[in-house]
Structure formats: C-alpha cells, structure tokens
Design a protein around this ligand. Sequence first.
Ligand code: NDP
Ligand code: OXD
Length: 310
Amino acid sequence: MNLLFVSPDDPVPWRAAVQRHLGDADFRVWGQDDYDPADIHYALAWKPLPGILGDLCNLKAIFNLGAGVEALLRDKTLPRHIPIVRLVDPRLTSGMVEYIVHWVLHFHRDMPVYARQQAACKWTAHTNVESKTRRIGILGFGELGKATARALMALGFESMAGWSRTRKDHPGVESFAGRADLKSFLERTDILVCLLPETDATRAIVNAQTFAHLPRGAFVINAGRGSAVDDEALLAALNAGHIQGAALDVFNAEPLPADHPYWGLENVFVTPHIASITTPESAMSVIARDIRTLEDGGVLENSVSLHQGY
Ligand code: NDP
Ligand code: OXD
C-alpha cells in the first residue's frame, strides 16, 4: 500500500508513525520523493496546493490531517468519488477540551478582573457566579463541542446548550438547531464557545446581530475558524462593553497581522491557532484503523459531506 504525504509540516515524525502503525506501507513525501501518481492509494493531506491530489488516479481515500477541511475543499480538482476523511482523534479532542475549559474558567472566575487589580496593587475580593448558574452555549455541537460540554458539566456547569444544524439528544445539554433557534440560544448564553467549521453557511455568523442577542457582559471564545466572526462587529461590541472579553485562537487572517487591534486590547486574549494540534502518533493510529476498515470493505464514519462542506 502506498501513501503520499502532502503537507507543509515536517514529514519525519509522520514517517515514523506510519511505520509504527502501518509497517508495510510505502511512505512518499510530496516535493521530496519521486512517485508515480498512479501508484498512490492514500493521501495524508494538510492544506495541499490545488491540483496535487487531482492527479492521483488510483486514490482510494484522502485523510485530512486536521478536523477542518475547508482548505482541502477549496481545491477544484479534488476527487469527489472517494472518501475524504476529517480527523477525529482523541488527542485532538482532549487538546480542544483543555483549551476551552481553560478560558471558560478564566472568564467564569473573573481572572481578567484580578489581573487588572494586580496591575494596580489592589486587594479586593468579589463574589463569583456559581458554575451551575453560568450559562454556556456551544456554537457547533459536533465531536469537539460535545466533548467540551461533557468536561464542563463534570465541573458543575449545569446550564449547557449546543447549537448545530441538526437537533441533538445529548444528556444534560439543551439542543438548539438551525437559524430559527439561534436567537433563543444566544439570549440564554453568558459564555459563547464557537467550534464551527468554515463553510459558506458559517461565514460571519458571529456578527453584530449575534452580539446584540447575547446578554450584556457575555464572553466569547472562538477556536473553530476565524471566518465565523465579523471582527469589526466584535471590536465594536468589546469597545461598547457589551462583550466583556474574548479569547480567540483563530482569525480571518493568520498569522494575525501585527497592526490588528486585537493585539492591543486588554480584554482580548490571542493565541496563535494552538487550541489543539494534530500529533502524528495519535493521528496515525486513527488513520491506520480507518485504512484497515476501507481495505476490509467497510465504511468510515467521519467522511466529509461535500454538500455540507464539513
Ligand atoms: P464536527 O463536524 O464534528 O462538528 C461541527 C458542528 O458544527 C456540528 O455540530 C454541525 O452541525 C455544526 N454546524 C456546521 N455547520 C453549521 C451550520 N451552518 N449551522 C449550525 N451548525 C452547523 O467538527 P469538530 O467538532 O470535529 O470540529 C469543529 C471545528 O473545529 C473544525 O471544523 C475546525 O475548524 C475547528 N478546529 C480548530 C482547531 C484549533 O486548533 N483551533 C483544532 C481542531 C478543530 P450538525 O451536527 O448538525 O452537522
Ligand atoms: C484543525 C486545526 O482543523 O488544526 O484540526 O485547526
């Protein structure tokens, strides 16, 4: 079986992980190794240049080396008749859960207030909202959203809601679905967590109207994709004090330009798209299992819907 690695990332740890999990596979690196396009059976791809995957005429599946597939789907030559598989990996999930739990607790326990007080050498204690009454709303209630909700509920956050395209039946979580439910979802949300994929339907979905529906003093955490947020609207809502603080890992332009106003705002926390990072060892264990399933004639659960775009 022949694999082609098409990614700007270092192939060395991937080669080692492929050897460990698929000992007999031949691993070629696009841009480094020679290969006959007709010989490649599986592609391991992250943000590939358009046209590379379209040349692989005997490809059986494309494995995206991350959860978000928008970069892959931009390639008009992408083969559409084979499974395109997004990464659903326990390590990727636990990384995201840690990131979101961190910021939820940060805002919930007034850490920005205490940071400001420290800067002024001010010793003042404030009472804090109980976790069971703090209302968390997760925009994008998929793999990562559900795992995050479970972790937060285990910490006592009982008022949990998830918004998705289709309605969910998840224990302890109020389900909101589609545009018709968005307003009522936002109105009951104190901390908004965005874990949406980038599609035509999610672009700038967090906009001035969204902020207007959130209660005054709400917080925003975005670790899905930057394109979901209208930056001008968020800056206006932050400056007006309607949104109290934001933690942002993903941006419309990455790297975030040095002159972007987010960098200078005391109530905005910027991280460089690190909420969760794919690790070759964990990812290859999942991908190797999926390749075995396909070789045995099985069907994969995490194939991307080309129609929905995620
Ligand atoms: P999933 O596909 O499992 O979940 C996506 C969720 O979004 C689903 O609940 C889906 O609804 C919902 N959704 C999609 N489109 C719409 C829409 N138009 N309206 C309402 N809901 C919608 O993805 P994951 O949870 O695995 O990952 C989510 C995203 O997180 C990735 O696409 C990626 O962009 C981002 N990510 C970011 C990382 C980082 O480091 N910052 C790391 C990993 C991922 P339904 O369930 O009804 O289909
Ligand atoms: C992903 C990401 O989609 O790293 O996995 O953003």
